[in-house]
Design a protein around this ligand. Sequence first.
Ligand SMILES: *Cc1c(COP(=O)(O)O)cnc(C)c1O
Length: 261
Amino acid sequence: MEPGLGPVRVFLMHDDNKPRKLRYNLGHRRLLTFGGAYSNHIRAVAEAGARHGIETVGVIRGEEHLPLNPMLARAAACGMTLTYLDRATYRRKHTEEVQARLRARWGADIAILPEGGSNAAAVRGCAELPGEITVPYDVVCCPVGTGGTLAGIAAGLPDGKRALGFAVLKGAGFLEDEVARLQREAYGRTWSNWSVNLDYHFGGYAKSTPVLDAFIAKYRVEGVYVAKMLYGILDLARQGAFPAGTRIVAVVTGRPQPVGP
Ligand SMILES: *Cc1c(COP(=O)(O)O)cnc(C)c1O
């Protein structure tokens, strides 16, 4: 097919990717992980811990604010122990030094999951997603934070299909290496059937612009991840970036959005 401005079809596939990333990470008795105060990942770990009888510790960036916001209140209600790291230390959370300190405090036997939950087991969980797509398609699109979801989707694609991720962070050039690193960690190899678009971050993580705000209001989609991907897909389609007739599956990540009045 020739590139052009012909019709592109976009199918929406709802998928809560955080539990999917955790599926193969639940073989531990005790689990420690990291997140910001509004982290979907922290909540998903707390809920999975409650469901599977795993003791969980959530290391939260910054200072404690009481009362807890709804996200952290939910995590605490699931039995997660919340602890806080100042921002400077938090930035170094994945270093040996900080992890040794955390192990000294929380026990040498505690399994440590990276922020956002992206590790080899998470990639293997996300690789199951393409097998659940029920329509004919050419490209799978997803929003990208830490890259684990994209790494897994690409690894799980049948031959001839492609994955396209939309970075929601500003300055996310590191994702090229990071997605490949995650695939290598999970499978000992990389794939070349994916790419990351860096042009639709709208100012950075959880940032927005009037244009994106209007898009969110019009389509009533989640604003941190999903809106940026969908805006990107529609904008690229308008520019003729996809061959005419391309069938796109857009993965609408996260929980179903409550549709308000
Ligand atoms: C975490 C998250 C993502 C990004 O997943 P990564 O594997 O970190 O790239 C996308 N959408 C939602 C709703 C998320 O919570």
